[in-house]
Design a protein around this ligand. Structure first.
Ligand SMILES: *Cc1c(COP(=O)(O)O)cnc(C)c1O
Length: 408
């Protein structure tokens, strides 16, 4: 155990964990779907509504000024969280999905033409597949896919073969939500830039576990969701290099994103407001700052080290179960374990573990093409966060033994 990290203390910050499900203490292993929220986030949310709820940016009364300041404080915090160069490069969205759609529908629509190519990988979440399919279809561009090996690593040689002068956009996931694989995104970005292509990184899974530095990565776009970093649902961040965001057309039209409107012509607002049409999700954005503060105060290296301990322990324990196969054995992984149990449907595993108070995810995890790659319909997935413990992993292993006895 790491000296500066006490999981018992951490757990006290997450009130939801302290409950029983079907008479058993809750074990929450569905963190790759969404993380639980610390008290500081829940309190920030209610404080906003109790004390300074107001619409932002144009108000001159005190509440509006306070709400605006808090909303913009989250932007500064998010900028620091991923080490962006300027606050104007941080656009608030509803989440990762909206961030990717925004880039596809603005940058993609403006820059793709017939014959161009967009490269994604074989382990993308549906939200980093479908928006590119849509814009490729519209523009007559072609979607190419980097294959992956049996371990769950991207085949970088194949990636290099896909790259050409036709490549305009590369969109890859930093960390796979289904396999846990950490992709060498810096190398992927460098190679794409040699062909003049721009790169979007889907950071949905990476952002709670790894230190993120968009400048060091030289990412052109980086997207993530608050709710997977211990923050509220309904908020996300799109980072884009300023010169790219400046040149992009707006995504949605409406209030806030304009400078002047007449029936003849409308001029658009400055960054980042050009991309934030309408009243945004003020409350959740304000509370998102508390989540980012929570994570940075503990420190992602400390969190990562502890989660790695959990991953190693769980990998060893689960592998000791006869007939259990872990899907995704990349060398570089975060604390996600997908597995199949011979002869037992993943859905049955999910239901029976829930009876034991254990929450895991089952199914294709929004990565159907990846499941096809492994010739399976789905897996059962345990994904760990900083508040999980080895004792909880023991409960999972016991639960799986029980299921095997009953159904195996
Ligand atoms: C969760 C997830 C998404 C989608 O995020 P939303 O918050 O649902 O928009 C995209 N990519 C990956 C890798 C994810 O884990």
């Amino acid at each position: 155990m790491i000296a500066t990290f006490d999981v018992i203390d951490i757990r006290k910050d997450f009130p939801i964990l302290n409950q029983t499900i079907h008479g058993k203490p809750l074990v929450y292993f569905d963190n790759a779907a969404t993380t639980q929220k610390p008290l500081s986030v829940i309190e920030a949310l209610s404080q906003y509504y109790m004390e300074f709820n107001a619409n932002i940016h144009r108000g001159i009364h005190t509440l509006a000024e306070k709400a605006t300041a808090e909303y913009e404080a989250t932007r500064d915090k998010a900028k620091a969280f991923i080490n962006a160069a300027q606050r104007e490069e941080i656009v608030f969205t509803r989440g990762t999905t909206e961030g990717i759609n925004l880039v596809a529908q603005t940058y993609g629509r403006q820059n793709l033409k017939a014959g161009d190519e967009v490269i994604i990988s074989g382990m993308e979440h549906h939200s980093n597949i479908v928006p590119w399919q849509m814009i490729c279809e519209e523009k007559g561009a072609t979607l190419r896919v980097i294959p992956i090996n049996e371990q769950g690593d991207l085949l970088l040689d194949e990636y290099e073969k896909l790259l050409s002068e036709k490549t305009k956009i590369v969109a890859v996931v930093y960390v796979s939500n289904s396999l846990g694989t950490i992709n060498p995104v810096k190398e992927i970005i460098t190679k794409a830039h040699q062909y003049g292509a721009k790169v979007l990184i889907d950071g949905a899974q990476a952002s709670a576990h790894l230190d993120i530095d968009v400048q060091d990565l030289d990412a052109d776009f980086y997207v993530f969701s608050s709710h997977k970093v211990y923050g509220p649902t309904g908020v996300g961040v799109l980072y884009g290099k300023r010169e790219l965001l400046d040149a992009m057309p707006p995504y949605q039209g409406g209030g806030e994103m304009i400078r002047e409107v007449s029936f003849g012509k409308t001029t658009y607002n400055d960054l980042p407001y050009k991309f934030e049409a309408g009243t945004p999700n003020i409350a959740d954005t304000v509370a998102f700052k508390a989540a980012l503060d929570y994570v940075t105060t503990i420190g992602k290296s400390v969190i990562g080290e502890y989660e790695h301990e959990l991953l190693t322990y769980a990998t060893e324990s689960l592998q000791s179960i006869d007939g259990l196969q872990i899907i995704g054995q990349a060398k570089e992984k975060i604390s996600v374990i997908s597995y199949v149990l011979e002869g037992i449907h993943h859905q049955d595993i999910g239901i029976m573990l829930d009876n034991d108070g254990i929450a895991v995810r089952t199914g294709h995890h929004c990565t159907q093409p990846l499941m096809d790659r492994f010739c399976i319909l789905g897996t059962s997935r345990a994904s760990f966060a900083m508040y999980n413990t080895k004792e909880e992993i023991d409960r999972l292993v016991q639960g799986l033994h029980k299921i095997k006895k009953k159904l195996g």
